[in-house]
Design a protein around this ligand. Structure first.
Ligand SMILES: Cc1cc2nc3c(=O)[nH]c(=O)nc-3n(C[C@H](O)[C@H](O)[C@H](O)COP(=O)(O)O)c2cc1C
Length: 194
């Protein structure tokens, strides 16, 4: 009886370190979905992207919680922002962009996604994605996940470079019904490039 109690105590002592080790191993191979969101749309689509990838393979991180360890421990970064002002990145990303610029991203794969409103802001549609693109494009990482501009109703966007969006634009305000199909197609393409 006493020896059983002894074993149980031993297990309790061992468990936390075993769990940490296990988590560390998983984290190294995982994707980080890092998003900035003011009213919740970009947060929602980050969740949909995680579902499409498979929850066990991707961590979701609000950019307000972003730190150097998150960037270091993930080989694939999916960066998401809604667009505010006139084509600007979502506010919470300001310090996140500084972190990206100061980090060693060499060897990583990076993709961008964004939320916008193509009806009310058709001349700056999802322009906030451009700030994320500019932050990482010369950092030695491989940019994946650009998207065709066809199929969207907008007149201009800084996030269109060489005829393609630098990432996946989503419009939860006017085209919510197209979001899942757009995410599924994008994630399928991403998986081909991982
Ligand atoms: C004041 C204001 C400015 C906005 N500016 C833009 C813009 O320039 N381009 C765009 O595509 N969407 C713009 N939007 C729309 C938001 O990006 C859109 O509502 C988005 O879904 C918000 O996502 P969030 O809740 O994750 O922040 C703007 C919305 C507001 C209220």
């Amino acid at each position: 009886m006493e020896s059983h109690i002894g074993n149980f105590e031993e297990l309790k002592i061992c468990q936390p370190s075993l769990r940490l080790q296990h988590e560390r191993n998983i984290d190294m191979s995982k994707i980080a979905i890092i998003y900035g969101s003011t009213t919740g749309y970009c947060e929602t689509v980050a969740g949909k992207i995680q579902e499409a990838i498979g929850k066990e393979n991707a961590d979701i991180v609000n950019v307000t919680d972003l730190n150097e360890s998150v960037l270091k421990d993930h080989d694939v970064l999916l960066l998401g922002t809604s667009t505010w002002g006139a084509g600007d990145v979502q506010d919470d990303w300001f310090s996140g962009i500084d972190l990206l610029k100061g980090a060693d991203l060499s060897g990583k794969k990076v993709a961008i996604f964004g939320c916008g409103d193509s009806a009310s802001y058709g001349d700056t549609f999802c322009g906030g994605m451009k700030a994320l693109y500019d932050a990482v494009k010369d950092k030695g990482c491989k940019l994946i996940g650009s998207a065709p501009a066809e199929g969207y109703s907008f007149s201009a966007s800084d996030a269109v470079v060489d005829g393609r969006f630098v990432g996946l634009p989503l419009d939860e305000i006017n085209e919510e019904g197209k979001t899942q199909g757009r995410i599924d197609a994008w994630v399928k393409e991403l998986k081909n490039n991982l």
